[in-house]
Design a binder for this molecule. Structure first.
Ligand code: GRG
Length: 278
């Protein structure tokens, strides 16, 4: 199965899950519930859920076993996009060709919708039918990836960094926290729910970190604003940034070289994440 087919198959699986965990729009407070769903349906590429499913399959379990984690990561991803678009952050009026949540529903509702999506992510994991130790570990990993040490801390440094002192190393640190950590937790979490042993989890953690960095450099290459303060293209130039992303991909793929056919989808998605044009 190629990456596009795997992504659309994954989207169908995770959409059904998300539909089940999100509050209905015909129940009050209706506007809050509609705002929570605005960016979830229709969603984006659903790359993180797909990576969770593929890592689960690479570990020998059916994709469905990773569903609570895949759904939880997509909920965190969506909350972070809603908050990132706010006037106090990037101040974007459009995302995926539609009005951003604060444009459609107002700023206060967008903040609250993001907050509620984050809570829904942890609720979905905590109430899933999982072995208690696996459930605890998955929640802990997600909290780490979404918190001050990773996603939120990376966003903070992105907002407050000093353009003059931002070299490749500093940008890489922000990319790893703001973007790669959530990619990594999707991969590690998917394998965890498949029962992966500590060695496998450690290897996939390194795979996810490299892939996440390659994904974010690809995002910098796709971004029309190459003069963005925190862009690898700004500090390296497009050619060197592309080489750096390819190097991340090569090193990531080498880590899963011996996983055989069950890891085919994970490899396809890795190539897609770094070479994508959307
Ligand atoms: C506000 C806590 C907080 C964090 C914001 C998500 C984020 C951190 C910033 C958004 C801008 C940005 C460059 C994020 C890096 C991650 C990224 C490239 C998100 C877009 O991911 P895709 O391409 O999006 O998977 P789709 O639309 O396909 O879901």
């Amino acid at each position: 199965m190629d990456a596009e087919a795997y992504l659309s198959h994954s989207a169908a699986l995770v959409d059904e899950f998300l539909e089940g965990v999100l509050p209905r729009v015909d129940e009050p407070p209706k506007d809050l519930h509609a705002a929570m769903r605005h960016l979830i349906f229709p969603g984006g590429k659903r790359l993180r859920p797909a990576l969770a499913f593929a890592a689960c399959e690479a570990t020998g379990a059916p994709a469905r076993q990773a569903l609570p984690l895949a759904g939880a990561v997509e909920l965190i991803h969506t909350y972070s996009l809603i908050h990132d678009d706010l006037p106090c952050m990037d101040d974007d009026r459009e995302r995926r060709g539609r009005p951003t949540v604060h444009v459609a529903f107002g700023e206060a509702t967008a903040v609250l919708a993001g907050d509620a999506l984050q809570a829904a992510a942890f609720g979905a994991l905590a109430t899933a039918d999982l072995e208690p130790r696996l459930c605890r570990d998955a929640i802990r990993d997600l909290a780490e990836a979404a918190g001050a040490g990773q996603l939120v801390g990376g966003q903070f440094d992105d907002l407050h960094c000093d353009r003059a002192s931002l070299d490749e190393t500093a940008i890489e640190s922000i990319h790893r926290r703001k973007s790669a950590a959530l990619i990594g937790v999707a991969i590690v979490g998917g394998a965890r729910l498949a029962g992966a042993d500590p060695d496998r989890l450690q290897r996939l953690r390194r795979f996810g970190s490299l892939l996440g960095l390659g994904f974010q450099i690809a995002d910098d290459l796709l971004d029309r604003h190459h003069d963005e303060v925190c862009s690898m293209v700004r500090v390296l130039g497009a050619d060197a940034a592309r080489s750096r992303a390819e190097e991340c991909l090569d090193r990531a793929l080498a880590l899963i070289e011996d996983l055989g056919r069950p890891a085919d989808a994970l490899r396809e998605l890795a190539r897609f994440a770094v070479r994508r044009n959307r």
